[in-house]
Design a protein around this ligand. Structure first.
Ligand SMILES: NC(=O)c1ccc[n+]([C@@H]2O[C@H](COP(=O)([O-])OP(=O)(O)OC[C@H]3O[C@@H](n4cnc5c(N)ncnc54)[C@H](O)[C@@H]3O)[C@@H](O)[C@H]2O)c1
Length: 439
């Protein structure tokens, strides 16, 4: 197999996040703390993961970061936009994810990261009253201002490349409309301030226009429509999304493939959450919750394939609830009650009570996405990066394909893509080389 022609990660990589709240600042503070030797990059596949190459007898298991040419953490420069003026230190303090002691150790580095003014409209996020917002004559003008921000950031920080990961709030539920169908109609819509164009779409448009890889960490429609796919194709830009796969949905996509593998049936899956951070407050609005709900509900159907296994998975009841409960802050509690059935139809129950920390689970995903999206760009990949489905609740996919939700298939796809990039054999797990019974 031939190794792909991948350009080296020379120079600095600017990582920009629209939205500099809990997830973004936990990611940034984490990388700074890791670089200072205060902490370890736990949860990050790019930093701690390994990859098996060749036969099991060869014992070749390099670290992923030594196998593929990724940008070094030392070469990352952070920036972004928000609708509040707080710098990354203040914002991290407000988010309350990391303790003040830790943040104080890296205060100067964090305080130096100041957001650029955001593109925002309360219509799309009802619970927020932003005070640090760009004004422009039209959405088109706002897009041009974002393009300018990106170029200025790159020049000012002497960056070789940029990558963008959306870490802003979840917008109201939106469907594809006529304006989303072609680049021409979308650009017209920007000029005429079409209400079907949300702020997250304007950021995505600006990034794609400049060929900057764009990953969407929220369930927002953002770029998941033909117009922006057309633009991504035109500018050879990799895109990925939607919605970081962190707490409860991560658990679902770990457990459900196991039930299906052992042919255990499912009668119902009830999931509820309490959380008290700003994300929880935004999701307290039914219109933003609807966007999240759609994203969280989709995984079980695809994994369990009720059409293929009607006796086991037809008509299972699936409910997801998110309740805003301020005392918990970022420390979410997610309960799952799972009604399964086994041999001769006998019912059983599983209860999962996950006391998780949302942003602690999301931060390494932002890091991995920034590094892998940059790798994708340098490998001349463009359009939907399905191999990064591993990180998302609602992976982007071609209309003729279904999305892959099973975490273990996603992981295999990701690692096989890395092997493909580097000209290594794909691993099939057949094992015919080792055992006589194959002969
Ligand atoms: N933490 C997780 O586990 C997780 C998992 C999946 C998805 N997400 C999504 O990631 C996003 C960020 O989560 P969070 O916990 O950091 O939320 P957060 O509320 O702490 O941060 C979001 C930030 O985005 C800003 N913002 C909102 N609209 C903006 C705009 N148009 N332009 C620029 N900034 C804008 C807000 O002011 C806020 O500072 C949310 O959409 C959330 O649903 C988080």
């Amino acid at each position: 197999m031939q190794k792909l022609d991948i350009s080296a990660p020379e120079g600095k990589l600017g990582v920009l996040t629209p939205g500099m709240g809990a997830v973004s600042t936990t990611f940034i503070a984490g990388v700074i703390a890791i670089l200072k030797g205060i902490s370890r990059p736990i949860g990050s596949l790019t930093q701690m993961g390994t990859i098996r190459l060749g036969k099991r007898t060869e014992h070749r298991v390099p670290m992923i970061k030594d196998f593929v040419p990724l940008a070094n953490l030392e070469d990352l420069v952070f920036g972004g936009w928000d609708i509040f003026e707080d710098d990354a230190y203040q914002s991290a303090i407000t988010a309350g994810v990391l303790e003040k002691d830790l943040l104080d150790k890296i205060r100067p580095e964090l305080a130096a990261i100041k957001p650029m003014k955001g593109v925002f409209n309360k219509h799309y996020v009802k619970k927020l009253d932003g005070t640090y917002i760009k004004s422009g004559k039209s959405k088109w003008d706002l897009a041009q201002m974002l393009v300018e921000d990106m170029q200025k950031f790159k020049d000012k920080n002497n960056c070789d490349r940029l990558v963008i990961v959306w870490c802003g709030s979840t917008e109201i539920f939106m469907k594809r409309e006529a304006v989303h169908q072609s680049l021409e109609s979308f650009e017209k819509g920007l000029k005429s301030d079409d209400p079907a164009i949300a702020p997250s779409m304007i950021y995505a448009y600006a990034a794609l226009k400049l060929g900057i890889p764009y990953a969407n960490g929220a369930p927002n429609l953002s770029l998941d429509f033909p117009a922006l796919y057309e633009l991504a194709k035109q500018t050879h830009t990799p895109v990925s999304g939607k919605d970081f796969k962190t707490g409860q949905t991560l658990m679902k996509t770990i457990l459900a493939p196991g039930f299906k593998a052992r042919l255990l049936g499912l009668n119902g899956w009830f999931s509820t959450n309490i959380l008290g951070n700003r994300d929880g407050e935004v999701l307290d609005d039914p219109e933003s919750f609807k966007t999240k709900e759609e994203s969280k509900l989709s995984v079980l159907d695809q994994i369990l394939q009720p059409d293929v296994y009607p006796e086991l998975y037809k008509d299972f009841y699936h409910k997801v609830r998110i309740n805003y409960y301020p005392p918990r802050g970022d420390n979410k509690e997610g309960w799952d009650n799972i009604d399964i059935f086994g041999w001769l139809g006998y019912p059983m129950q599983i209860k999962v009570d996950f006391l998780c920390r949302d942003s602690i689970l999301a931060a390494p995903i932002v890091l991995d996405l920034a590094l892998f999206m940059d790798l994708a760009k340098r490998s001349k990949f463009s359009g939907i990066q399905e191999w990064l489905s591993f990180y998302f609740k609602s992976p982007l996919h071609l209309p003729e394909l279904y999305p892959e939700h099973d975490l273990f298939i996603q992981q295999m796809k990701l690692k096989n893509t890395l092997r493909y990039m580097m000209g290594e054999e794909q691993i099939t797990h057949l094992g015919a080389d080792y055992y006589e019974y194959y002969r």
